[in-house]
Design a binder for this molecule. Structure first.
Ligand SMILES: [Zn+2]
Length: 316
């Protein structure tokens, strides 16, 4: 069974003045429900305020949780922070954290939201309120659940918030492969950035990903991957600038799973970006990410760890 983390609060109505298309998370949930007994559902708790504050400015955290975010920050985020949006913002990082714990136990788990990689210390940005990836990574290492964690971001946009919030942390390494000319205009510095030219298609993308991600994982030797599996590198995406096919995206997931399995690495997956008018087609792409990784990774880490006599042994 594939472990999936979901919370009813992920699915909210679009607030007024939102430029973001809501409803994706509900469609992802429905498509996964249709998979029946293959899915093992888990519900997260909200991320405690202290852990939000471990990464974000406490004043910004207070503004969000009380739904009193200044208009300028709301504009930068892309929607107003209503009480419903605030509740969702606190529970999504709880989901990414829970997915990580489940992945450490079973090899793989997916959060049906998250991947909010643009959120910065004192403001939201680019449809992201709190940076669930950075929050979960900090909590996991602070609690001693892992020695080192890698955040691997394959969204078409650079993981600038994640890079900024994890910069200099000796136990967290960040990888971002993205379209160089896409949002954000001013890039942050990840541990490893791979910037691609407009229009890159399947072959060049997969070759570049394999080469750079392999060497990144070998250099940093994480105990866990937090994965941002945005589907916006897809050719038809409204906000992408790359040209991956549907099959290219599936190949991407197979490649990421293969690189993780070869190193006996558990992986927790978050949703990330995917934009356009056809919400069901986008949700189906996100669900294919979850199912492709889940099929290949569930149990594999546990099997490899048992074979090696310990979870931290790296299979070469
Ligand atoms: Zn994106």
């Amino acid at each position: 069974m594939i472990a999936v983390v979901h919370h009813p609060d992920y699915v909210t109505e679009a607030p007024a003045r939102s430029t973001y298309r809501w409803g994706k998370n509900g469609a992802i949930r429905d498509l996964l429900r249709a998979e029946g007994g293959r899915i093992d559902w888990h519900e997260p708790a909200a991320m405690p305020q202290a852990w939000l504050e471990a990464v974000h400015d406490p004043d910004y955290v207070a503004q969000v949780l009380s739904a009193q975010v200044p208009r300028e920050k709301e504009r930068r985020t892309g929607f107003p922070i209503t009480p419903l949006v605030a509740r969702r913002a606190a529970v999504v990082p709880g989901g990414t954290y829970l997915a990580a714990l489940l992945a450490l136990d079973r090899g793989f788990a997916a959060n049906t939201a998250g991947g909010s990689h643009h959120a910065l210390s004192d403001t939201g940005a680019g449809y992201c309120v709190f940076n669930d990836l950075a929050i979960a990574a900090h909590r996991l290492v602070e609690e001693g659940r892992v020695e080192r964690v890698a955040i691997v971001d394959c969204d078409v946009h650079q993981g600038d918030g994640t890079a900024a919030l994890c910069a200099g942390h000796p136990q967290i390494a960040t990888y971002s492969i993205h379209a160089a000319k896409n949002f954000p205009a001013r890039k942050a510095q990840s541990t490893l950035d791979v910037a691609l030219a407009d229009g890159v298609g399947d072959d060049e993308y997969l070759e570049t990903l394999e080469r750079t991600l392999s060497s990144f994982l070998d250099a940093h030797r994480p105990d866990l991957i937090l994965y941002q599996g945005g589907v916006d590198p897809f050719a038809g995406d409204r906000l992408g600038r790359l040209a991956l096919s549907e099959d290219g995206l599936v190949q991407r997931e197979r490649l990421v799973a293969r690189l993780a399995t070869a190193r006996a690495l558990p992986l927790a997956c978050t949703v990330g970006g995917g934009y356009g008018d056809d919400i069901m087609a986008i949700a189906a792409r996100h669900v294919r990410v979850i199912l492709t990784l889940g099929e290949m990774l569930t149990g594999s880490y546990v099997a490899a760890a048992e074979q090696n006599g310990g979870a931290s042994v790296v299979a070469e």
